[in-house]
Design a protein around this ligand. Structure first.
Ligand code: FE
Length: 129
């Protein structure tokens, strides 16, 4: 895997801040929260296949939201105590990049809301999901 310097060189400032420093983009500012196109969302760090547009829903939070990942194997979950209330952090299983958090207030059937930063994702329209 890459060193911090290599990550800095290959990611934009915003991507680096989120993926490598566990940052959060401001709500309603990312490029994908309102994206309704059909396609696949890949990790902006390493290209790992993460989410399908089929699992995307409008959570009205201002962040891209999904009911499930393409595969549980492609993500990692970790308890995060960054704020007082513990949250479950979602990371890319391949590069360890921070993607966002998962909450249990999503729609049926999974009731999960994967709240993901646009800057952690790269969307590709169409194709095989
Ligand atoms: Fe990755």
């Amino acid at each position: 895997m890459k060193t911090e310097k290599e990550w800095k060189d290959c990611l934009s400032e915003e991507e680096y801040r989120i993926l490598r420093k566990k940052g959060t983009e401001a709500a309603f500012t990312g490029k994908y929260y309102n994206n309704k196109k059909k396609g696949t969302y890949f990790c902006a760090g390493c290209g790992n296949k993460l989410f399908s547009s089929e699992a995307k829903f409008d959570s009205e939070t201002g962040w891209p939201s999904f009911t499930k990942p393409i595969s549980e194997e492609n993500i990692k979950k970790k308890l995060d105590f960054k704020i007082i209330i513990p949250r479950t952090e979602v990371l890319c299983s391949r590069c360890g990049g921070h993607l966002g958090h998962v909450f249990s207030d999503g729609p049926k059937p999974t009731k999960k809301r994967f709240c993901i930063n646009s800057a952690a994702l790269k969307f590709k329209e169409g194709g095989k999901r």
